[in-house]
Design a protein around this ligand. Structure first.
Ligand SMILES: Cc1cc2nc3c(=O)[nH]c(=O)nc-3n(C[C@H](O)[C@H](O)[C@H](O)COP(=O)(O)OP(=O)(O)OC[C@H]3O[C@@H](n4cnc5c(N)ncnc54)[C@H](O)[C@@H]3O)c2cc1C
Length: 188
């Protein structure tokens, strides 16, 4: 799927399509309100493991946009700009890896990825206990609760503003060690 492009309801790209799936979901749902479409072409499209099918097919990007209900000029410009750089394997706007950057050519196709159409994104909620840099749990006023430490995914941790693969094990081990050391120090 990374060889196609994701566009929002304005017909513009908004994310590196080669991003971690959690980041794609967050960008689509929080950043674009779930109003997202996937634009591809016949040579690149493959039915994936969830059986995703194209909803629209057209000879030109303009026709495709009209069928999708997107601004034809904008989508045509988005694809033209993408293709212009893709000829040399570049994606200066979002820095997709070169192996996934190829010009989109007729026959064009698009998949309806709107949340309202039932699309499910591979993402998840984040949040939990607020902790400080020594893994002490903070109360509503931001003050440490005596004797209470926490680490791992029961805490908000460092991934409140976004998630990247590795953050869970990273902050779980780093702050877990600090929590253990803090708790042990209380007993000594
Ligand atoms: C398929 C998959 C792939 C993942 N890939 C990655 C990845 O690539 N990188 C990354 O960073 N993260 C990844 N994660 C997420 C990461 O593994 C978890 O977020 C992380 O392990 C959470 O650690 P934790 O210590 O908070 O919780 P957990 O690892 O769930 O530990 C909680 C522990 O508490 C125990 N427990 C529960 N209830 C009780 C009780 N009442 N009494 C005593 N013990 C109890 C449980 O048995 C468990 O051992 C992945 C997760 C999954 C499921």
């Amino acid at each position: 799927m990374a060889k196609g492009i994701l566009v929002d309801s304005s017909g513009r790209r908004f994310v590196n399509e080669d991003s971690y799936i959690g980041h794609l979901g967050q960008s689509a749902l929080l950043g674009r309100g779930g109003e997202v479409y996937y634009v591809t072409d016949e040579s690149k499209f493959e039915v994936n493991f969830v059986g995703m099918q194209v909803n629209w097919v057209a000879e030109t990007v303009g026709e495709l946009a009209e069928d999708m209900g997107l601004p034809p000029d904008v989508l045509a410009n988005t694809v033209a700009e993408y293709n212009r750089h893709a000829l040399s394997g570049d994606d200066p706007e979002f820095h997709k890896r070169a192996e996934f950057v190829e010009p989109l050519e007729p026959l064009f196709g698009a998949v309806d990825l709107r949340a309202a159409s039932g699309t499910i994104y591979a993402t998840f909620t984040l949040g939990g206990l607020r902790t400080d840099e020594t893994s002490r749990v903070l109360d509503g006023g931001g003050h440490p609760i005596p004797g209470l430490f926490a680490a791992g995914r029961c805490t908000a941790g460092i991934s409140r503003g976004g998630y990247v693969s590795g953050i869970s094990l990273g902050d779980g081990t780093f702050f877990g060690r600090r929590a253990g050391a803090g708790a042990a120090a209380l007993g000594s």
